[in-house]
Design a protein around this ligand. Structure first.
Ligand code: FAD
Length: 470
C-alpha cells in the first residue's frame, strides 16, 4: 500500500533533516533510472529519497521503514550495469553520498572509510601513504567504495593476482533492517579464521544490511610495467590466457583485451592507428622497478611464444595512457551510441575458447532481434568474457529491449552452468534467482532465501533483487 507521501516526507525529514529528505517526483525519477536499457516503469519510482549523514541516521531510517514494512533500496552511485541500481519496488531510496569520512591509520596497517566516498577520490587520498586500493571499475570516478564492497568486485584486476576487495576488508560497521548497528571483524591486520560475519556481509549486495563503515588493509602500492600485444584474432588471445594458466606463468595485475571490432573503435577514439586484429594489454606488478621489469620480461618471452603480430613493453607513459583508455572508449561507444546488452561468462579456464565461440554464436543469432552486432572486450585474464549484443540505435521498442535482455541473460547464464563459471563482477544478484537454482539446485537458493529472512524478516532491503527482475 502506498504511504501518505506528505506524512512520509515529514517523518523522514525529522530523521535526517529536511534538506536531506525528498518526496518530489523529479528527484524520485532521477533515482529510478539506471544503466539498464529499458524504460522506467511506475513500480521503479521511489516514494522518497533520503541522504543520511551517519550510521545513526541510517539506523533511524531503517527502523522507521521496518516497522511500517516500507522497502528500502540502498544507492551508492547507481552505476551497476546489471540491474542492481534500479529499485524493483516503490521504496525509500537510501543514498550513501553524504557518508564520506575517511581515517587512515598507517601505524595500525589499515584505513576506515564510510561507504559514500567515490573510488577515485579514495585512491587519491591513499596515494600519499603509498597504498593500493584493490578496486578498479571503469566507473572509478563516480562509483562508491560502499557499492564496490557490497558487490565485492575488484573489476579490472585479475583474481589470481589480487583476489577480491573482500579479501582486504578487516571489518565492517553495518546497520541491520531493525536499526541495530553491528560491528564485525578485527582491528588487527590478522584476519579472523573460521566463521565470521564480515565474510558473508561483504558481497551481500544490500540484501542483508547497509554497510556504513569499512575497515580495509593498507596494501603497499606496487610498481607496474605495461605490455601491449597485437594478435590476428581474439581466439589467439584466448589461447594465450589458457596457456598462461596451464604453464603457471605469473599472472599480471591487469590483463584486458579488445576484440577485432572493439580495438578499431577504441584505438581510433584515442588517436592511435587502428590495429588489424585484436589487442591484449597487460600490467605486471612488483614491489620494485627492477622486479617489474624482470616480470615483464618473463611475460613478454611467454607472449612471443604465442606468436602475436607484435608484442612490446610500453615505457612511454603517454602512449600507455592512450592504449589503456582505448578499452574504456570501446565501452563508451557501445553504451552511448546504441542499445547494448551485456553478459558475463567466466568459464573454467581450459574451456575459454569453446565458451567464447558459443557466446558469439548466441549473440549473433538472437531470436528476439536480428541484425545486432557482436562486441567483446574486458578482463580476459581473469577470465571474464563480456559478450555484448549491440544495436546501433536507442530507438527500439521497450518490449524488444526487455526480450533481448532476457534472452542474452538466460543463454549466457546457461554457458556459465555448462562451463563451470559463476560470474565474477558487476554484482549479479538482481538477475540470479533462476541462475542459482539451475547451477546449484533448489536447496542452495532456499539457504540464501533463509539467510535473507534471518537478517531481514520483513524483506525491506533491496526487495525484488534476490527474486530477480523480469
Ligand atoms: C562505465 C562503467 C564501467 C564499469 N566497470 C565495471 C567493471 O569493470 N567491473 C565491475 O564489477 N563493475 C563495473 N561497473 C559497474 C559498477 O560501477 C560497479 O560494480 C560499482 O562497484 C558499483 O558502485 P556504485 O557505488 O555505483 O553501487 P550501486 O550501483 O549504487 O550499488 C550496487 C549494489 O550495492 C548495493 N549497495 C551500495 N552501497 C551499499 C552500502 N553502503 N551498503 C549495502 N549495500 C550497498 C546497492 O543496493 C546495489 O545492490 C561499471 C559501470 C560503469 C558505468
Amino acid at each position: 500500500m502506498e504511504p501518505d507521501l506528505k506524512r512520509l516526507g515529514k517523518d523522514l525529514a525529522a530523521l535526517v533533516g529536511k534538506e536531506n529528505a525528498f518526496t518530489d517526483r523529479p528527484t524520485a525519477m532521477a533515482y529510478a533510472k539506471d544503466t539498464m536499457p529499458w524504460d522506467v516503469e511506475p513500480h521503479h519510482v521511489p516514494f522518497a529519497v533520503v541522504r543520511p549523514a551517519n550510521s545513526r541516521e541510517v539506523a533511524a531510517v531503517l527502523k522507521y521503514a521496518n516497522t511500517r514494512g516500507i522497502p528500502v533500496h540502498t544507492h551508492g552511485s547507481g552505476t551497476s550495469l546489471v540491474g542492481l541500481g534500479r529499485p524493483k519496488t516503490n521504496a525509500i531510496v537510501l543514498d550513501t553520498g553524504r557518508m564520506q569520512k575517511l581515517e587512515i591509520f598507517p601505524e595500525r596497517g589499515y584505513f576506515e572509510v564510510e561507504p559514500g566516498m567515490h573510488i577515485g577520490k579514495l585512491r587519491k587520498a591513499l596515494a600519499p601513504h603509498k597504498a593500493l586500493l584493490p578496486v578498479f571499475p571503469g566507473s572509478e570516478p563516480v562509483a562508491t567504495i560502499g557499492g564496490s564492497v557490497a558487490v565485492n568486485t575488484s573489476a579490472h584486476a585479475v583474481d589470481a593476482s589480487l583476489c577480491k576487495p573482500g579479501d582486504y576488508v578487516l571489518g565492517l560497521e553495518v546497520v541491520l533492517p531493525n536499526g541495530e548497528i553491528l560491528h564485525t571483524g578485527t582491528e588487527s591486520t590478522r584476519k579472523p579464521a573460521g566463521i565470521e560475519a564480515t565474510k558473508f556481509l561483504v558481497g551481500s549486495e544490500g540484501l542483508l544490511c547497509v554497510i556504513t563503515r569499512i575497515r580495509m588493509r593498507l596494501i603497499p602500492l606496487p610498481h607496474t610495467a605495461n605490455i601491449v600485444a597485437y594478435f590476428s584474432s581474439t581466439e589467439e588471445i584466448l589461447d594465450t590466457v589458457m596457456a598462461m594458466y596451464r604453464e603457471a606463468i605469473p599472472t599480471p595485475l591487469f590483463f584486458e583485451y579488445l576484440d577485432e571490432k572493439s580495438s578499431r573503435v577504441g584505438f581510433s577514439a584515442v588517436g592511435l592507428e587502428p590495429p588489424t586484429g585484436a589487442v591484449a594489454m597487460m600490467s605486471m606488478h612488483s614491489a620494485t622497478v627492477e622486479g617489474c621489469r624482470a616480470r615483464a620480461k618473463i611475460f613478454l618471452d611467454f607472449l612471443q611464444r604465442q606468436k602475436p603480430i607484435q608484442a612490446e613493453i610500453v615505457d612511454d607513459k603517454e602512449r600507455w595512457g592512450k592504449i589503456w583508455s582505448s578499452r574504456a572508449e570501446a565501452g563508451n561507444y557501445v553504451y552511448r551510441l546504441g542499445s547494448t546488452f551485456g553478459s558475463e561468462i567466466t568459464p573454467r579456464v581450459d574451456k575459454l575458447r569453446e565458451a567464447f565461440a558459443e557466446a558469439k554464436q548466441i549473440i549473433l543469432n538472437l531470436d528476439s532481434y536480428q541484425g545486432n552486432e557482436f562486441y567483446s572486450f574486458g578482463h580476459i585474464g581473469a577470465p571474464t568474457i563480456h559478450a555484448y549484443a549491440f544495436i546501433p540505435s536507442k530507438d527500439i521498442p521497450n518490449e524488444i529491449k526487455k526480450a533481448v535482455t532476457l534472452e542474452v541473460r538466460e543463454k549466457t547464464e546457461a554457458l556459465n552452468v555448462k562451463y563451470g563459471g559463476c560470474g565474477g563482477e558487476w554484482g549479479l544478484t538482481a538477475q540470479r534467482a533462476g541462475f542459482l537454482e539451475k547451477k546449484y539446485g533448489r536447496v542452495y537458493t532456499e539457504v540464501l532465501v533463509g539467510l535473507k529472512k534471518t537478517f531481514d524478516p520483513n524483506n525491506i532491503l533491496n526487495r525484488g533483487n534476490l527474486e530477480g527482475w523480469l
